[in-house]
Design a protein around this ligand. Structure first.
Ligand code: DLL
Length: 434
């Protein structure tokens, strides 16, 4: 099933025309209504009339998270507050939150793109969806909620947390779809048996997981643990929230709703545009957004683009599953490392659980890296010798995969902190020593 065939299967040339028309309108709006963009465009000597087709997008200024912070809370809004019907905010670990606002039309468009995502994952009015993303200022809960209602699902707005209750509701109400972060889905799966449930008590068939990076191996692990089809939903508050892109049943990249969110890939250093297939930072322009439209917002998420038609029949551009952000990259003794590389190796080996934490520190001016990983309850090792052998084996596998020596410490099951939302996987103690 395809929710909006006219758009999702549109000929590429026609899509470009639609995008060009949206871009011309967008540039007019931001130039006339947002002082920040008018100033930036004036500085660059670009006028709205210089923007004729979507290819002219490269003439426009970039936007960064700091620009939103500098104009906190509402300084980049392009409409009067009387037209804003909702605000959301992303907490961020440092500094001020970034706040975004939606008009009625924005909320309608959000429902539309979410409905496309969910339909892509085979979800329909016959489903009962347990929305375990946080409700509130975070966009996850309410965003997915509205989309699920739009396709006619029965929505259980349980929000995050309270693992016991999550499992009880899942069993009592017969939830067929679980929507939460992949790390919370893993935690819930591990908690099933200890709470007295088994897969045969459940009707779950699909997962809509996102809001944090997760590897393809983690996707397969969650499919195996739950006996479901696991889908990847991507998005960010600045652009809309969840629903910017989602993968279809072929799991060959995430279809971007490019009539609303125009993607580019740029080189992380030079910020120059890169060709399809080349990896770089993902940049989005919100073609139709009214509340807080953004030009070329640099997400810092790393991906590639693919404009080939998908087996599912959709022609929309696909982004590769995100494995990290350019600002999440650790530099350990000069070697670049993404936490997802560790996750990939651990799950590939399959000898431990997938719960891990990385500790980065400095000793004698040298970076050190320790990986704590939980043993798998089903595969407990009995002797110290076996434990040592297993740690050595993981150290060896990591060393050959990432070229770094990592100290591996195996810890008891359930000793690493669980998160109900986005997982924290790195503790970088070097930051306090600078
Ligand atoms: O996390 C929106 C969302 C909610 C997406 C629920 C999917 C599901 P923010 O809190 O603004 O918004 O965080 C956005 O999270 O730039 C990525 O770094 C990361 N992210 C989101 N989805 C994915 C995903 C929501 N599917 C930031 N894969 C983004 C990898 C993701 N990273």
């Amino acid at each position: 099933m395809i929710w909006n065939k006219d758009i999702e299967c549109m000929e590429r040339e026609q899509m470009r025309e639609l995008q060009s028309a949206h871009l011309r309108n967008l540039v007019e709006r931001v130039y006339n209504n947002v002082a920040f963009y008018r100033r930036r465009m004036d500085e660059m000597g670009v006028k709205p009339e210089d923007i004729k087709t979507i290819d002219d997008i490269v003439k426009l200024p970039f936007t960064y998270k700091n620009d939103l912070r500098d104009h906190y809370p509402f300084g980049l809004f392009a409409v009067p507050m009387s037209d804003i019907v909702r605000v959301h905010a992303s907490s961020g670990t440092t500094g001020k939150a970034t706040t975004v606002g939606y008009t009625k039309n924005d909320i309608e468009n959000w429902r539309e793109v979410l409905a496309r995502c969910l339909t892509m994952a085979g979800i329909s009015h016959n489903d009962i969806m347990q929305v375990s993303y946080g409700y509130g200022l975070f966009t996850g809960g309410l965003g997915v909620h509205y989309g699920a209602e739009t396709v006619g699902c029965t929505v259980i707005p349980v929000s995050g947390g309270n693992t016991r209750r999550q499992l009880q509701l899942m069993s009592d109400y017969g939830s067929t779809v679980l929507a939460c972060t992949p790390s919370y889905a893993l935690h819930l799966a591990d908690a099933l048996t200890e709470n007295g449930y088994s897969l045969k008590d459940l009707k779950l068939k699909a997962g809509v997981f996102g809001a944090e990076p997760w590897t393809e191996n983690m996707r397969l692990e969650l499919e195996r643990k739950w006996g479901i089809n696991a889908f990847d939903i991507y998005g960010l508050s600045e652009i809309m929230g969840p629903g910017v892109a989602n993968d279809c049943i072929h799991h060959t990249g995430l279809h971007i709703h490019e009539d609303h969110f125009f993607p580019e890939i740029v080189d992380p250093e030079t910020k120059l545009p890169l060709a399809d297939g080349q990896e770089g930072e993902l940049v989005f322009t919100t073609l139709t957004k009214e509340g807080i439209p953004l030009l070329r917002y640099n997400t810092r998420d790393l991906s590639t683009l693919n404009r080939e038609k998908c087996e599912c029949g959709r022609t929309t551009v696909r982004m590769k599953k995100i494995t990290g952000r350019s600002d999440d990259m650790l530099i350990i003794r000069g070697v670049n490392l993404f936490p997802s590389q560790i996750e990939h190796v651990l799950l590939e080996m399959g000898e431990t659980s997938a719960h891990y934490m990385l500790y980065v520190d400095k000793a004698n001016n040298l970076d050190t890296l320790e990986l704590q990983v939980e043993l798998d309850e089903a595969k407990m090792v009995d002797t110290i010798r076996e434990l040592q052998m297993l740690s050595r084996k993981i150290e060896h596998a990591l060393n050959s995969a990432i070229g770094l020596s990592v100290k591996v410490t195996l810890v008891e099951p359930k000793t690493i902190a669980r998160s109900e939302g986005k997982a924290v996987r790195v503790i970088d103690k070097r930051k306090n020593k600078q």
